[in-house]
Design a protein around this ligand. Structure first.
Ligand code: PLP
Length: 400
């Protein structure tokens, strides 16, 4: 394969101040200058290699950004305190009063709420579309549309965006294609497929230990410089900067991402196949029954699999809740939002992570109240996990 994101990360080499095998952490919020002139030049963005103030950038944040840019194949990247702290400034850097965004309607609830409820206050309107219907996407584009926004694999419905086709549409209409790749790191490389900007919540698979929040925007040097500009950069001025200690810890976890993703994907595929064979309504892009299975297969880096996320339909919310409580009691995972942990996490998105989406819109997009979203863990013996989950399903009446 010509583009291997894990090789690209591995090929970077950094040393600590005293020859440490990990880069030193820049534990400072501000930086000294030997001359006042260099300080002035740094403010103007003209002093390569100088640091100013940690909301702007820090050596630790730059190391992490560099590794994530290598992973996505972009020129550079900038990290942020959270995923939302990356997504919101990226959108606001491009869009202002009178601009329009075309967005997938199945996106993370927080991003949906930002576009639906918050950006209209700034004069930015969004049309939400079925991202798998390219005709509908094109029809929604207006003369004032600036951004086409989607998730590579959507939260929580696991719809797959045809990034190559969306990129062609974006180019035809002069739009910027922004892709949130939180659900499919390594498996899908959106920039290589034609996206302009790739974002992640690092809080999830990339950090992988559910102890840290983080976000990243991967793109061109020109765009990242704009975001960091002291006069009008949305990252610099909105202030959701990552702390250096966190950047250092995420960089260390990033080094095992390729191993973890393979195991997440292996386990999720195993369970999805078993659940489907048992007659459960199961959604997983690795299943042939998934409407975008062929599309995902065409876009993916095959060795990393179809990712760790799957959904099943337990029929109704009450049964879904019973099942999740029982699985937690049996220590099969945690009833918790978020994803990408070593342990399986499950939640009912309709009443949690997607509750910002009004009920009638949830129904329209196929988000049923019995839907359980699983982030499958790194379990060593997935057959044992399956047997125990199956037993729980029988006890709550999801399976007979
Ligand atoms: N994007 C996706 C797909 C998510 O699932 C989430 C969080 O759940 C976010 C973005 C937001 O990330 P964070 O919680 O780190 O702000």
């Amino acid at each position: 394969m010509s583009f291997d994101p894990a090789n690209n990360i591995q090929d970077l080499q950094y040393f600590g101040e005293f020859g440490g095998v990990n880069p030193s952490i820049s534990d400072s919020s501000t930086y000294t200058f030997l001359s006042a002139k260099t300080m002035f030049d740094t403010f103007e963005g003209n002093a390569e290699g100088c640091y100013l103030y940690s909301r702007h950038s820090t050596p630790s944040n730059l190391y992490l950004g560099q590794a994530l840019a290598a992973m996505e194949g972009t020129e550079t990247a900038t990290v942020a305190a959270t995923g939302m702290g990356a997504i919101t400034p990226a959108l606001l850097q491009y869009c202002g009063q009178g601009d329009h965004i075309v967005s997938s309607r199945t996106i993370y609830g927080g991003t949906y709420a930002f576009l639906k409820n918050f950006t209209p206050r700034l004069g930015i309107e969004t049309s939400f579309v079925d991202i798998t219907n390219l005709e509908a996407v094109e029809q929604a584009i207006k003369p004032n549309t600036k951004v086409l926004y989607c998730e590579s694999v959507s939260n929580p419905l696991l719809e797959v965006a045809d990034i190559t086709a969306l990129s062609a549409l974006a180019k035809k209409h002069g739009l910027v294609l922004m892709v949130d790749n939180t659900f499919a790191p390594l498996s899908i490389a959106p920039y290589k497929l034609g996206a302009d900007i790739v974002m992640h919540s690092l809080t999830k698979f990339i950090n992988g230990s559910s102890d840290t929040m983080g976000g990243v925007i991967c793109g061109s040097q020109e765009f990242i410089d704009q975001l960091r500009n002291v006069n009008d950069g949305a990252c610099m001025l909105l202030g959701a900067s990552m702390d250096s200690l966190r950047a250092a810890s995420i960089l260390k976890n990033l080094r095992t991402l390729h191993i973890r993703i393979k195991q997440h994907s292996h386990n999720a595929m195993y369970l999805a196949q078993k659940f489907e064979a048992d007659g459960l309504k199961t959604v997983y892009p690795g299943l042939k029954s998934h409407p975008s299975h062929t599309l995902f297969s065409r876009m993916m880096n095959p060795e990393y699999g179809y990712g760790g996320m799957l959904t099943i339909d337990a029929g109704n919310l009450e049964t879904a809740n019973k099942l999740m409580e029982l699985m937690q009691e049996r220590n099969l995972g945690y009833l918790a939002v978020s994803l990408g942990f070593y342990k399986t996490l499950f939640s009912a998105p309709g009443s949690s992570t997607s509750s910002e989406i009004p009920l009638e819109e949830q129904a329209e997009m196929g988000l049923t109240d019995g839907l359980i979203r699983f982030s499958i863990g790194l379990d060593n013996d997935i057959e044992r996990t399956y047997q125990m989950m199956r037993q729980c399903m029988i006890e709550v009446g999801v399976l007979s």
